[in-house]
Design a protein around this ligand. Structure first.
Ligand code: NDP
Length: 248
């Protein structure tokens, strides 16, 4: 599953699932550009990759801001000269029941989780098309984008939209050997889920046939496969990594 010589860009690579993806792609031989709003933790991940013998670049970028996707891809091209793999991983939550949901909570989640992925994909496709050597776009969705969830209308709408973006883009760029897929995690142990009270966590676990939350490394393994040559004939798909809690 070697990614030697490939350049990967991972949004939200400073912690959680994105951090695990950055490490895994680097282990497979890719040079990794990772971004987050806060530079220091992202730079820490880049340093770790370099200490292990890999190549990495950390960039401070807010993918919810319209100019940052282009700036991010430009930084990647400046440093490594090309881009082969984009992982749209950065995501946020602003939970609340719909009657109490503020416009700004709706807008914030849509602008990072969906608009940001669209802008990063558009910016990444320019060099990928120019290079004429195919490419990979992997969007990190969520099980709730397919099954829905109480108190997350904004997040669910964004993740469901991301699946639509995945399928539309997959058809649009397939003739150029660029594949576009989504990985939809279930409950994964990260900072995003750390705040869930224990009693609620236990209730969730009873709904998961494998009987536990997943790990970021387990999501990263699926992303690494989709990024590899072995996944060349997979496009427009959603791969669920959720311990069996839901299937389409
Ligand atoms: P975390 O909150 O642990 O990490 C989020 C990462 O995204 C951080 O690196 C954060 O850095 C970065 N980020 C957030 N907002 C922005 C922004 N506007 N621009 C750039 N970077 C940003 O999340 P997880 O690792 O848990 O989640 C990663 C992805 O997986 C998300 O898309 C999430 O929706 C999805 N997911 C997670 C699940 C889970 O159970 N954990 C389940 C299903 C899906 P910084 O704060 O410095 O910007």
């Amino acid at each position: 599953m070697s990614l030697a010589g490939k350049i990967a860009l991972v949004t939200g690579g400073s912690r959680g699932i994105g951090e695990a993806i950055a490490y895994r792609l680097a282990e497979e031989g890719a040079a990794v550009v990772l971004c987050a709003r806060h530079l220091e933790p992202a730079a820490g991940v880049a340093k770790t990759i370099e200490a292990r013998g890999g190549q990495a670049l950390a960039v401070a970028a807010d993918i919810g801001a319209s100019a940052d996707a282009d700036r991010l891809v430009a930084a990647c091209l400046d440093r490594f000269g090309r881009l082969d793999i984009l992982v749209n991983n950065a995501g946020i939550t602003r939970d609340g029941l719909i009657l109490r949901m503020k416009d700004e909570d709706w807008d914030a989640v849509l602008s990072v989780n969906l608009d940001g992925a669209f802008r990063c994909a558009r910016a990444a496709l320019r060099p990928m098309l120019k290079q004429k050597q195919g490419g990979r776009i992997i969007n990190i969705g969520s099980v709730v984008g397919s099954m829905g969830n109480v108190g997350q209308a904004n997040y669910v709408a964004a993740k469901a939209g991301l699946l639509g973006l995945t399928k539309a883009l997959a058809r649009e760029v397939a003739s150029r050997d660029i594949t576009v897929n989504a990985v939809a995690p279930g409950f994964i142990e990260t900072e995003m889920t750390a705040g869930i009270p224990d009693a609620i966590k236990q209730a969730h676990v009873t709904q998961i046939p494998l009987g536990r939350f997943g790990t970021a490394a387990e999501v990263a393994a699926t992303v690494a496969f989709l990024a590899s040559e072995g996944a060349a004939y997979i496009t427009g798909q959603v791969i669920h990594v959720n311990g069996g809690m839901w299937s389409s």
